[in-house]
Design a protein around this ligand. Sequence first.
Ligand code: IVH
Length: 674
Amino acid sequence: MSTNVINRIEELRNLIRENDYKYYVLAEPVISDYDYDLLVKELEELETDHPELITPDSPTQRVGKELVKEFKSVVHRFPMLSLANTYDEGDLHDFDRRVREALPLNEAPEYVVELKIDGASISLTYNNGLLVKAATRGDGFAGEDIISNAKTIKSIPLKLKKAKTGKYRLDDIEVRGEIYMRISDFEKLNKEREESGDKLFANPRNSAAGTLKLQDPRTVSKRRLNMFAYYLLSADEELHSQEENLSLLTETGFTVNPNRFLCKSIDEVIEKCRILENLRDSLPYEIDGAVIKVNSIKHQKILGTIAKSPRWAVAYKFKAKQAITTLNKITWQVGRQGTITPVAELEPVFLAGSTISRATLHNFDEIKRKKVKEHIKVVIEKGGDVIPKIVASIEDKMDKDLPEVLPPDKCPECGSPLFRPENEVALYCENTECPAQIKGRLEHFAHRGAMDIEGLGEALVDLFVELGFLKTYPDIYDLKDRKDELIEIERLGKKSVENLLASIEKSKQQPFNKVLFGLGIRYVGAGAAKKLAGHFKSIDALMNADEEEINSIYEIGESISKSVKKFFSNPHNLHVINRLKEHGLTFESEATVVSENFFSGKTFVLTGTLNSLSREEASDKITALGGKATSSVSKKTDFVIAGENAGSKLSKAEALGVKILNEDEFLKLMGEIT
Ligand code: IVH
């Protein structure tokens, strides 16, 4: 091996690390993306030619290709504590008093005030400068091993830089910090999820925590997570202060949040907390408070911990972001399933980074409970949810005479009488021909997560419904017969009509599970549609299935099975499906390529914990091999696969004389086929 190659590889790695540091930690890139890509490409090529020279800390090793089957549990060397909360100045004075009482009389505490980043905490272990372990907090004593995902986060160094001072060896350290997603990245992600019909994340914290637990590191690497480091522990060195630790973390390559203060008194702490609270709206990430830590590690040790929190640190929680504005009007919205929801139209007001002009009121009971009326002032809050909510109303003496809000008795869209099912708070428009429902259903059918018809969004659906071109799903596939009429529409033109018709034609190739989701059966979301399609393989089999069989599918519950039966008992829906069939949409799952095997046509029930795969994965594998995975044991069950701690299902199988396989036997059978 030429030393030239070895040297060049090392040189490239250092150059890439240095540029990653400048880009992701300092946010001061010095080379162009193009030049950076050239460095990475050269390193990748050299490593492909010399795979024996690949090391785990090479920048090319950040994103693994393997799926993480399950996150192993790892015990923390030092428990990950949480913080006690304080809410006002009085609480902070109490904290200071408790600290002083515990310390020697002549040793006044100093405090470091930091931002409390609203994300998910992480623990990173470095041995001899290399990242060897990454874990979530879990219950504080043991978390989950998420190293493959942590490695994809560019602000987490795979290899530590040498600290300038060289005061400590730092051969065996643990670094803790907060993984967070920038508000703009969170909003972008949710927009994409909305388009693809995936469930939205409620806030950046949930999206960071959810992303950390994804099984595919490649998806994690695309989500742009970041980390702020705030805590350093050393197994073999005595460290001296939090302030010094934060400098060491910066020197070794971590991002430490710059908004922090070293304070000599609790009054100074309070003043700095106010400064940090005022910063809140201008930061590109979410914070929910400040953290106050006793600076000296010697003092921290004297103070120790009680229960799950240290006595040397507290969180100071900021108040929820609220604003007061006038409620101009309450409108009633009709969803695609006919649900009537009150919406508060507000005098636009700026709150926590965006202008808010609407808030949900959920249902009529909520209007009564919060004494909401039109033209009065209301307090709105941006909480954990995507849509802001009304917290309270402020009734003025003048407002007394304003009329109470009454629930509508007719559908605001089609005028038909409304229905309130027993034990439900929601009102429904039962007219399936209601234009609002028609539009809602068509939009759902066409959107990215279902038939993915590019160009057929809200505006065009509205227009086509109003023109009488669209009423039910199959009408979309008849639009081609109106091509000339469509081209005449001012906004459209020849090219865009052709594009639209082409994407309508293309949508016929969408797989069965997407078509099933598109039909808009109540409670059948994208996930349930996938399970139903995987189990029944065709719409005919699903239509003919009885409620019990649908219900028996793993993770399909009673509300779904009832709703599916109801949907197929309606002749109008059957007519719609027949027309869609005539148009050539896919109503069958692709034939499984596996030939007849042990699993074909047999019914399995999974119970207990499997070691090498999750129950979800096992059920997917059984289905892929032509078998059926159901959730309850009956005489019709061919095999029960029993993992560890299997309970009542195993006993029932024994009682019914159903054959039982253990995990090894099951894996062996699968191994023989795949
Ligand atoms: S210190 C014993 N510092 O807040 C030290 N925590 O309940 C404990 N957090 O789980 C943590 N920013 O996830 C610390 N600057 C900061 C923080 C911070 C956010 C989170 C962390 C912890 C929770 C406290």
